[in-house]
Design a protein around this ligand. Structure first.
Ligand code: GLC
Length: 748
C-alpha cells in the first residue's frame, strides 16, 4: 500500500506541474501572440493585410445572394483570410494547402460554417431545443456539434444566434431561443461554452460567432431584413443582453445583422460596434459582417458606392467582410485617398490573426484535417442517442384531452396520416448545413420501430401536400383512418418555411391540411396531431377539435424516434414553450412580459368597454410562454418567502412544494417570475428570473428553492441607469407564465 501511495503522490505532482506549465504556456502564449502578431504585421504588405479581412464562400452550400468565382486563385494570392460553407478533410486540406504552402507568408485560413443545430448529427432546431429548458443538454449538443464539425475540417461556427424575437411571422425565430431575454441569455452562454470548450487550441472545439448583432429579431411587420426602430431602453432591456451573455461566456467573434437600428445599419454602426461592443462591453475578439452586408449599405442608403460602404464599415469597427469583396476591391484605394488609416486595418488584421493563434493554426494548420477522426467521430451511436433524447425533451404537449396520449399498448392498428409523416428532408428543419436527409428518421420509421415492440399494424397515407390545395389524397387517408384504432396526424410546415427570408403573414396551418384534419377528426376516433413547424402557429381550430396536440418542431436526424418514444410513453413530455402561440396574427407582437397599460383588462371588470383589448379576439395567448403539459399532473403548494422585506444586501429565499399527482414519473419545469409593481418607468407584468427542471416520481413531492437578490431586480430606470429600485415586488412560481402561486415582498 505504501508503494502505491508514493506512486499516487508522484502522479499528482506530475499533473500539477503539467497544469502549471499549461497555464504558464497560456500566459506566455497571450503575450507571445501579441509580439508574434506585431512581427507578422511588419512583414505583411497592404494587400496581404486586406486579404485577411476577406471571407469568401466556397459555394458548397448556398446561404446568400452571390457566390465567389475565383476564390482558390485569390487564396494563392494571399487575398483571403477565411473560407465558409466548405467541409470535409479532403477539401479543407486542399484549400489550407493553397494558403499555407503557396502564399508568401503561409498564413492559415479560418474555415467557418453555420453549425446551428448540429453538423451531421442534426439536433432539434434551436427554438425546439430552448423548449427543453435543459441547459446542460444544450451545451452537450454543441460539444457534439463541435466535435463533428471539427472532424470535417471546420474551426469556426456562425453560431449561436441569440436574436430575441416576439414576432412569429419572422422565419428566423426557428434559430433562436424564443422571446425571453433572461432565458435567451442563459442559452446563448451555454452554446458558446459548448462550442469553445475550455481549450480553443484543441482540435475538437470551434470558435463561436454570436449573431446577429443587433436586434435582428425585431423587424417591422416580422418581415426579414426590415427596419428595426426602438428606444435605446427597449434595445438595452430586451434585445442586447443575450449578445452580452454570449460575449461574457467568451465568444471569439460577433456577426453583424442585416438590419438598420434607428436609422443606422448595424454594419456601419459605430455606436454599436465600437462604443458599445468594444468600449462598454470590452469585447476583444473580431467582428464579421453577415453575407455581403457591407455592400448592402448602398441599398440601405447610407453609402453612395462600394468604396464609401467599405470605409463606413471599417470605421464602425467591422473587421471581416463576408462575401461582399468590398474590402478586397476598395480598401487599398481608401488608404491611398486617406479616408481610412492603416491603423484601423492593422487593428482588424490583428484581431483575426489572434483568433488563428488561439486555434493553434500557426502551430499546425492541418490540425482539423484528420481522416481518422472524420471516419470515427461523426454520427456515432452516442450522438444519435443524445439526439433522440433531445427530441423527446424538446417536444411540447399542447393538448391531451381524455388521456388520448400516450397511445395505449392495446392498440392494434395505427394510421399515420399527413404530409409530414414520412418526409426525411423536412426533419432537418432549416440551417442544417452538413446534415443529410438520408440520415433522418421520419415519424413513419419511428412508428415502424415501435410496432416491433408493441405489435401493432401501421398504415401511412400522405393525404395531401404541405401547401398544394389538392384534396385528391383525402379519400384514401380517410379510409385508412376508418380502418385504424388510432390515428396520428403529421401536419405543419416545410422545413424551409421558416429560417432566413421565410417570413409569413399568415401563420396558420395551410388550409388543405386543416381540411384533412377536420375530416379525420370528424371520425371521432382517438387522434393525436403531431406538428412539424419552425415557428409558433395559430392553431385555434385544431385546439378546438383535436383530442391531442404534440408540438414536435423539426427534430433532426432522430426526429421520428424521439417523437415515437413520447407517443408510447417511453419518454414523458416535459417541454415548455419559449415563445407565445397567439390566437391570431393580429395580436403580434404578443409576449408574456408585456406592460400593464393604464387601462388593463381586469378580472373584476372584464367586459368594461374602455380597456386595452380587442373587440374580435381575446388578449391572452392561445398557449402562453412557459406552457407545456405532461402525461402526469403536478400540484404547486406552500409558496414561502423567508422574509417579507429585504435590503439590497439580502438574498430572498423562495421555496415551493411541487407534487406529482398523476400516474407517470416525470420532469416539471418550475418557473420563477417577478413583477416590479412600481418603478420610475413602467415595468412588465412578469419577468422570468429562474427555473428548475425537476424529476418527480409519481405520488411524490419535491421542494424547489430559488434565490432572488437586488441585482436580479435591475432594469434601465428613468435616467437609463441599470439598477434596482426599492418598492414592492410580486413573486410568481408555477408551471407557466399564466398560472401559479404568488407572494409579495418589499425591497427596502
Ligand atoms: C446568412 C445568414 C447568417 C449566416 C451567413 C453565412 O445570410 O444571415 O446567419 O451565418 O449568411 O451563411
Amino acid at each position: 500500500m505504501k508503494i502505491k501511495f508514493t506512486y499516487l503522490i508522484i502522479f499528482l505532482g506530475a499533473l500539477l506541474l503539467q497544469a502549471c506549465n499549461r497555464t504558464q504556456t497560456k500566459l506566455q502564449t497571450d503575450s507571445e501572440w501579441q509580439s508574434k502578431i506585431d512581427s507578422l504585421l511588419e512583414l505583411m504588405t497592404i494587400d496581404e493585410k486586406i486579404g485577411q479581412l476577406n471571407l469568401l464562400t466556397s459555394g458548397w452550400d448556398v446561404t446568400g445572394p452571390n457566390m465567389s468565382e475565383n476564390y482558390q486563385q485569390l487564396i494563392k494570392e494571399g487575398k483571403v483570410g477565411g473560407i465558409f460553407n466548405a467541409f470535409t478533410v479532403k477539401y479543407i486540406s486542399e484549400l489550407q494547402r493553397l494558403a499555407v504552402e503557396e502564399t508568401r507568408l503561409g498564413i492559415p485560413l479560418l474555415f467557418g460554417y453555420d453549425v446551428i443545430h448540429g453538423h451531421r448529427t442534426i439536433f432539434p432546431i434551436p427554438l425546439a431545443q430552448s423548449c427543453s429548458w435543459d441547459l446542460a443538454l444544450i451545451e452537450q449538443s454543441e460539444q457534439v456539434a463541435a466535435r463533428e464539425a471539427s472532424a470535417e475540417g471546420i474551426n469556426w461556427t456562425f453560431a449561436p444566434m441569440v436574436d430575441i424575437s416576439r414576432d412569429p411571422r419572422w422565419g428566423r425565430v426557428s434559430e433562436g431561443a424564443g422571446e425571453d431575454t433572461w432565458l435567451g441569455s442563459q442559452i446563448g452562454a451555454v452554446r458558446v461554452r459548448g462550442f469553445q470548450g475550455t481549450d480553443l487550441s484543441a482540435n475538437n472545439t470551434l470558435i463561436s460567432c454570436v449573431k446577429h448583432f443587433a436586434a435582428y429579431g425585431a423587424p417591422q411587420a416580422g418581415r426579414d431584413y426590415h427596419t428595426v426602430d426602438m428606444s435605446e431602453r427597449s434595445l438595452r432591456e430586451w434585445y442586447l443582453p443575450p449578445y452580452k451573455a454570449a460575449i461574457d461566456a467568451g465568444a471569439v467573434s460577433v456577426m453583424t445583422s442585416f438590419n438598420e437600428i434607428n436609422g443606422v445599419p448595424a454594419t456601419s454602426n459605430h455606436w454599436l460596434y465600437t462604443d458599445l461592443l468594444r468600449g462598454e462591453w470590452g469585447f476583444e475578439g473580431f467582428t464579421v459582417t453577415d453575407y455581403s452586408s457591407i455592400y448592402e449599405l448602398i441599398p440601405h442608403g447610407v453609402a453612395a458606392d462600394s468604396a464609401m460602404a467599405g470605409e463606413l464599415a471599417l470605421k464602425a469597427g467591422i473587421d471581416m467582410d463576408m462575401q461582399a469583396t468590398v474590402y478586397q476591391n476598395h480598401l487599398k484605394q481608401s488608404v491611398e485617398k486617406g479616408t481610412v488609416t492603416m491603423q484601423k486595418i492593422d487593428a482588424a488584421v490583428s484581431r483575426i490573426i489572434k483568433a488563428k493563434y488561439r486555434l493553434g493554426l500557426f502551430d499546425d494548420p492541418y490540425k482539423y484535417c484528420n481522416l481518422e477522426r472524420e471516419k470515427t467521430e461523426i454520427l456515432t451511436p452516442e450522438s444519435q442517442a443524445l439526439a433522440r433524447d433531445f427530441v423527446s425533451k424538446s417536444c411540447v404537449l399542447l393538448k391531451n384531452d381524455r388521456q388520448t396520449l400516450p397511445i395505449p399498448k392495446t392498440v392494434k392498428k395505427i394510421a399515420l396520416i399527413g404530409p409530414l409523416g414520412n418526409s426525411k428532408v423536412d426533419m432537418l428543419g432549416n440551417w442544417s448545413a452538413a446534415g443529410r436527409a438520408e440520415d433522418c428518421v421520419t415519424l413513419y420509421e419511428g412508428l415502424q420501430e415501435k410496432s416491433l415492440s408493441y405489435h401493432f399494424s401501421l398504415s401511412y397515407e400522405k393525404g395531401c401536400d404541405v401547401l398544394d390545395a389538392s384534396t385528391a389524397g383525402f379519400a384514401k387517408a380517410i379510409q385508412a383512418a376508418k380502418n385504424a384504432d388510432y390515428i396520428v396526424l403529421a401536419l405543419g410546415e416545410h422545413g424551409n418555411m421558416s429560417g432566413e427570408a421565410a417570413s409569413r403573414t399568415d401563420i396558420g396551418l395551410p388550409e388543405v391540411q386543416q381540411k384533412l384534419a377536420d375530416a379525420i377528426i370528424a371520425l371521432k376516433k382517438p387522434v393525436v396531431v403531431v406538428l412539424f413547424n419552425g415557428r409558433p402557429l395559430t392553431l385555434n381550430e385544431l385546439d378546438a377539435t383535436a383530442p391531442a396536440i404534440l408540438e414536435a418542431w423539426f427534430g433532426g436526424t432522430q426526429a421520428g424516434n424521439g417523437i415515437a418514444d413520447l407517443l408510447f410513453a417511453d419518454a414523458i413530455p416535459s417541454g415548455k414553450l419559449t415563445m407565445t402561440f397567439p390566437h391570431s396574427v393580429g395580436q403580434i407582437p404578443i409576449h408574456y412580459n408585456m406592460k400593464n397599460t393604464g387601462r388593463p383588462v381586469t378580472p373584476d371588470n372584464p367586459d368594461y368597454k374602455y380597456k386595452s383589448r380587442y373587440i374580435d379576439s381575446p388578449n391572452e395567448a392561445l398557449y402562453p410562454f412557459g406552457y407545456g403539459l405532461s402525461y402526469t399532473t403536478f400540484e404547486y403548494k406552500d409558496l414561502m418567502l423567508n422574509a417579507k422585506n429585504i435590503s439590497a444586501a439580502d438574498t430572498l429565499q423562495i421555496t415551493v412544494e411541487v407534487s406529482n399527482t398523476g400516474n407517470f414519473d416525470a420532469h416539471e419545469v418550475v418557473q420563477l417570475y417577478i413583477r416590479d409593481v412600481v418603478g420610475s418607468v413602467t415595468r412588465p407584468v412578469k419577468e422570468l428570473k429562474g427555473f428548475e427542471k425537476v424529476y418527480i416520481p409519481k405520488n411524490e413531492s419535491v421542494k424547489v428553492n430559488f434565490k432572488i437578490s437586488a441585482n436580479d431586480l435591475r432594469f434601465y430606470n428613468l435616467k437609463m441607469d441599470y439598477t434596482f429600485e426599492p418598492g414592492f415586488f410580486k413573486v410568481f412560481v408555477g408551471p407557466n407564465s399564466a398560472e401559479g402561486l404568488s407572494e409579495s415582498f418589499e425591497l427596502r
